[in-house]
Design a protein around this ligand. Structure first.
Ligand SMILES: Nc1ncnc2c1ncn2[C@@H]1O[C@H](COP(=O)(O)OP(=O)(O)OP(=O)(O)O)[C@@H](O)[C@H]1O
Length: 279
């Protein structure tokens, strides 16, 4: 059975007026985000990731082409940006998580219930009265995610949400995103973290405003792999393979792990520990 689509982009082009003249920053983008799936968007600086997210969120109308938000036709799609300080509006955690709800005329008893649930979802129960100025960077990012979850969107967009976080906070944010996907929400996130994208169902690579790869993380990291780098999109597109996946390729080259194509660090660890046990 074919999956329902949350968002469909047809021939989307975006041009900005810059000092030197008109510059096309997204060119003829055709892209679908399947409902309930997680799509990772990667690309170098200036490749057009944020612009694409803004178009999908409804913040920026395309210069040409069509954007259909099928699962969330009304209103804007909430976006979590990389700098939490730029999005927090409340003085306390509770104020912030309730802000969006109060501004969309949600009844007071429902506000409390939804805010409580959102804070629980990001592991911040008990933080309600804490002033936001006392939160760490990771906690602030989790609060931004809670404030978005409270709005109960079916589609969530994240623009490099882990860019400013230390490894532990980054892990926490990724876990929350993964849980949201397991609950059936559609997630689109832009990242520079090549080691994160194994979590995704779909990987989209942008280069100079064009899609140059769209497929599963397995295809991105292993391609048609006959062992040579030429067959691996991650390498041919100029990205570095995560260390854990390098190890798997090395084992494949030495004739072991022929069938497996693990994509997350945990899956790689499991694959290697299986070999270890069978020694
Ligand atoms: N409002 C704007 N006006 C003019 N040009 C813009 C505007 N916003 C972005 N651009 C240009 O569009 C191009 C794509 O920018 P965008 O922010 O989408 O890239 P990105 O892939 O998200 O980059 P980064 O990883 O550095 O955040 C860049 O060359 C940028 O300078």
């Amino acid at each position: 059975m074919e999956r329902l689509q949350s968002v469909v982009l047809q021939d989307v082009t975006v041009a900005y007026r810059q000092e030197e003249g008109i510059r096309i920053v997204l060119r003829d983008i055709n892209l679908s985000l399947p409902e309930g799936q997680m799509t990772a968007l990667i690309g170098g600086n200036g490749s057009g990731k944020s612009t694409l997210l803004k178009v999908i969120a409804g913040i920026l109308p395309p210069s040409r082409g069509k954007v259909q938000r099928l699962s969330q036709p009304q209103g804007l799609v909430p976006v979590v940006f990389q700098n939490p300080d730029a999005q927090i509006v409340g003085q306390t955690v509770w104020e912030d998580v309730c802000f969006g709800l109060e501004n969309t005329a949600v009844p007071p008893e429902e506000i409390k219930e939804r805010a409580d649930r959102a804070l629980t979802a990001v592991g911040m129960t008990g933080f309600a009265d804490v002033p936001v100025s006392r939160l760490s960077g990771g906690q602030k990012q989790l609060l931004c995610i809670a404030s978005v979850i409270a709005m109960q969107p079916s589609l969530l967009i994240f623009d490099e949400p882990t860019a400013m976080l230390d490894p532990a906070a980054k892990e926490q944010v990724l876990q929350v995103m993964n849980r949201l996907r397991q609950e059936g929400r559609t997630i689109l996130w832009a990242t520079q973290g090549i080691d994160e994208i194994g979590l995704a169902d779909q990987v989209v690579v942008l280069d100079d405003g064009e899609i140059v790869f769209m497929g599963t993380p397995e295809d991105f990291f292993y391609g048609t792999a006959d062992g040579s780098r030429e067959g691996i999109p991650c390498c041919t597109l100029g990205f570095r393979l995560p260390y854990s996946i390098e190890v798997i390729h090395e084992l494949k080259r030495s004739g072991r792990l022929q069938e497996l194509r693990p994509v997350t660090a945990e899956q790689c660890m499991e694959a290697v520990s299986g070999l270890w046990r069978s020694k």
